[in-house]
Design a protein around this ligand. Structure first.
Ligand code: GLA
Length: 400
């Protein structure tokens, strides 16, 4: 009996000392946050509209990030679904919460071909009860067997009646930009002025602007005008051109990257008050990192700042562009998360090497479940906000 008690006591003592050791470890090695790790290098951001987040998620935003990009609520359609009828509710709440919690705000996006209401481009806009449906690029829920209309065809179908004249469309854009930028003057540090102007699949010999929306109704000069109007409304705001896959082809100066260089050089020549380029950074396990680094160098050579504006690295699926929906695969092998951590680490090592020109790195979502690529586990925290191997890799890259 005595022996049994003695053995039980010994086991208990060992267990307690192991626990105490574990506790000690946790206390002496507090985990750095992302914003602490990159404090003097560049801003670290995330994207969310904040609506519906749990207290734990809000606490995560507060502790990890310097800056927030609204994921949807400041796009043209949500802000101005019909002419002159602005919905600032969600955006105002977001900006107020960020100000109260010491987080900066990045505005996204003043002009885009997607998530923009058709009224901008229609000659007549009869008063309707029903809010017009925004034009959206084809994505989730598309029948893969049906012949797929081009984006230009889809956009034309969304326009009712005659097309607005160039002057009318420009007047609407100027009002939209000045109203929105003016409202948040001094409270939003910068804006994505134009988003995704360059079409996919070009050879890089031209700017290869999309052949519909603003580019059809107004023409290429719409970008320069938009930058000027945004600057007039808030001369202190940083103004960016933002796009996906524009790093592709950088090493050989071809494809979408070459088009982006032509576009940016023209904007500069036309006197557009442009601060920088946003490389969205919707990447995957095999993204060409040499292209990423060369693109940063090339943009900096134009005298522009660079931001990585929508970073995510899918743990499964090879898509790196804007059409990520539905590629998820529920059983992602563990080794993919390790590879994902390696890719994140290499990316942040590149960002560190060029931290003199990089202003901001924003992750597109706060966790694998708060992500447009849900199912591809593309972010640094899992759905329970537990840091993934990729989180540690990003922290490690800050001290290399
Ligand atoms: C693009 C846009 C973002 C967002 C993502 C998908 O990258 O710039 O605003 O719509 O697609 O979430």
């Amino acid at each position: 009996m005595l022996n049994k008690n003695l053995i039980t006591c010994l086991i208990l003592a060992v267990v307690l000392s192991i626990n105490a050791f574990g506790q000690d470890n946790i206390q002496t090695e507090p985990q750095k946050t992302l914003k602490e790790a990159y404090a003097n290098k560049f801003l670290i951001g995330t994207a969310s509209d904040l609506r519906g987040l749990s207290d734990a998620e809000l606490a995560n935003v507060k502790s990890q990030y310097h800056i927030l990009t609204p994921e949807n609520c400041m796009k043209p359609q949500p802000l101005q679904p019909s002419e002159g009828k602005y919905n600032f509710g969600i955006a105002d709440t977001l900006v107020n919460w960020c100000q109260a919690n010491g987080i900066m705000v990045w505005g996204h996006t003043l002009a885009w071909h997607s998530q923009t209401a058709p009224w901008f481009f229609q000659a007549e806009n009869p008063e309707t009860e029903e809010a017009p449906q925004p034009f959206r690029r084809p994505g989730m829920g598309w029948d893969p067997n049906a012949p797929r209309p081009t984006m230009a065809e889809m956009w034309r179908r969304s326009i009712k009646g005659d097309m607005a004249s160039r002057e009318v469309a420009l007047d609407r854009l100027e009002k939209h930009i000045k109203t929105v930028v003016g409202r948040y003057k001094g409270r939003i540090i910068g804006w994505d002025v134009f988003n995704e102007s360059i079409a996919d699949g070009g050879d890089g010999k031209t700017e290869n602007l999309r052949d519909f929306s603003w580019y059809e109704v107004v023409g290429p000069e719409v970008l320069t005008l938009a930058f000027k109007w945004a600057h007039e409304a808030d001369p202190d705001a940083q103004l960016y051109y933002n796009d996906y896959n524009i790093e592709q082809g950088a090493v050989e100066n071809k494809g979408k990257h070459a088009s982006s260089m032509l576009l940016l050089k023209r904007l500069l020549a036309e006197g557009a008050p442009i601060t920088g380029v946003g490389i969205q950074g919707h990447w995957h396990l095999d993204t060409d990192l040499a292209d990423v680094e060369k693109a940063i160098v090339n943009y900096a050579s134009l005298g522009l700042k660079v931001a990585i504006t929508e970073l995510d690295v899918t743990a499964t699926g090879d898509n790196s562009g804007a059409f990520g929906f539905g590629q998820g695969n529920r059983t992602i092998p563990q080794e993919n998360y390790i590879k994902q951590a390696e890719v994140y680490q290499k990316l942040f090592e590149i960002f560190m090497r060029h931290s003199n020109v990089i202003d901001r790195v924003t992750l597109w979502g706060i966790s694998d479940t708060r992500s447009w690529r849900r199912g591809q586990d593309a972010l640094l925290f899992d759905g329970q906000l537990k840091p993934k191997p990729a989180f540690k890799a990003v922290i490690d890259a800050s001290s290399n």
